[in-house]
Ligand binder design. Structure first.
Ligand code: HEM
Length: 402
């Protein structure tokens, strides 16, 4: 890999990179840690640089200009430029404050019994199946149920959510073929129509909310005397639903993939279930579900020995930062007891993942119970990867437990 990295173009990565990006990321970190892509954007692979960008208030998330060029005027462009994650203060602050009330540790603790219950039910079902798909039959069900519960999405709509989510988030990849763009636009439109009805109904019946506390907070909450408009509500609910389940599905799927590839660590977790909390941190580090982030330099920024000028697009490799040997000794080695482990799968700074605590709880309960109940878990056929560079996970992961 050494010496071949000068021509690397993040906008044109191939299937090999998607299958296993780590050798390329290590080579970039060694040879060109502040790598310039042919389009003038830079790609960062050192932990220190990625962290510096996330912690600077001058590095902006607003994507109006970039997405204007990428999407033009279409539902996808409108959705992504309205969600909190691609905005800066003050709009970002307003939406974040409204959502964060529903994600306090106390509120989340209330979800633990529900998560326990859903996981037990799923494990009973896969236990009876004997052979099953870890993604379809287990990993994707739990986060969809939880986030749908939080937003009050009716049962019959829940199975559609992952399709919408993949279509909408998939359009964020550096290169998007026209058919994928069309799928993404259709998904935003369908999803928005469903939420429009749901929000209108909830507005008219505020007292009828047995579920969906987050939706209540968003509809009726105010920050600095401002409420969200119906459109802002719809777009941020779409984002929350997507953010809340695709990445968590990957956390669980990637954790299982990692255990199957590292039988010594699998055995270690079976023998010492108390390792589960640090194991989740290690799964997040070695196979980060969200691999690449972006910021726009709102001011010049010094990275390594270079000044990156204001106006430059910066791509942050979360995956490479989490395997930087300067931060994590022996970074490619999976060590479920790794300590310290200051992985940044949820990033740092003002956009730090709002669902990090929830995702950790879901991961801990799902993987902890799965490993405890089915120690004989093994691979049962070839896996299929999500065909995306930005998100790392599987679309199929066949396993057997008998
Ligand atoms: C393992 C699972 C998850 C991972 C790896 C993950 C990762 C991330 C990352 C890296 C960001 C920052 C994006 C950026 O600014 O560039 C983010 C933001 C966000 N995440 Fe998560 N996430 C996960 C689960 C969740 C869950 C379960 C929820 C909600 C139920 C959630 C809600 C959010 C929200 C609302 C933001 C936007 C925060 C803001 O812009 O201020 N995430 N997540």
């Amino acid at each position: 890999m050494d010496g071949q990295i000068a021509g690397f173009d993040l906008n044109k990565v191939g299937a090999d990179f998607i299958e296993n990006p780590y050798p390329t990321l290590h080579a970039l970190r060694r040879e060109a840690p502040v790598h310039e892509n042919p389009d003038g954007s830079v790609f960062l692979t050192r932990f220190a640089d990625v962290q510096k960008v996330y912690q600077s208030r001058d590095m902006l998330s607003d994507k109006t200009e970039a997405f204007g060029e990428k999407f033009g005027k279409c539902p996808l462009g409108h959705h992504h430029t309205t969600s909190l994650v691609f905005n800066d203060p003050p709009y970002h602050t307003t939406v974040r404050r409204l959502i964060s009330g529903a994600f306090t540790p106390r509120k989340l603790a209330e979800f633990e019994p529900l998560i326990d219950q859903i996981v037990d039910r799923l494990l009973d079902r896969v236990g009876a199946m004997g052979r099953f798909d870890m993604i379809e039959d287990f990993a994707k069900v739990l986060p969809t149920e939880i986030i749908s519960f939080m937003l009050g999405i009716p049962d019959d709509l829940r199975p559609k959510l992952r399709g919408y989510s993949l279509a909408i988030l998939g359009a964020l990849d550096p290169e998007v073929p026209p058919e994928r763009m069309a799928e993404g636009n259709a998904a935003v439109e369908e999803f928005a129509a469903i939420l429009d009805d749901l929000i209108t109904h909830r507005r008219a019946n505020p007292e009828g909310a047995a579920q969906g506390e987050v939706l209540e907070a968003l509809i009726f909450g105010e920050h600095d005397g401002r409420r969200l408009t119906q459109d802002e509500l719809i777009q941020n609910c779409i984002f929350l639903l997507n953010a809340g389940h695709e990445t968590t599905t990957s956390l669980v799927g990637n954790a299982v993939g990692t255990l199957l590839d590292n039988p010594d660590q699998h055995r270690r977790l079976i023998d010492d279930p108390g390792l589960i909390t640090s194991a989740i941190e290690e799964f997040l580090r070695v196979e980060s579900p969200l691999q690449i982030g972006n910021r726009l330099a709102g001011e010049d920024i010094e990275l390594l020995d270079r000044v990156i000028p204001k106006g430059t697009y910066i791509h942050t490799s979360i995956a490479a930062a989490n395997r930087d040997p300067a931060q994590f000794p022996n970074p490619d080695r999976v060590d479920l007891g790794r300590s310290p482990n200051r992985q940044i799968a949820f990033i740092t700074g003002i956009h730090v993942c709002l669902g990090a605590t929830l995702a950790r709880i879901e991961g801990r309960i799902a993987i902890g119970k799965l490993v405890g109940r089915f120690p004989e878990l093994r691979a049962d056929g070839p896996r299929t990867r999500l065909p995306l560079a930005r998100f790392r996970g599987f679309t199929a992961l066949p396993v057997a437990i008998t």
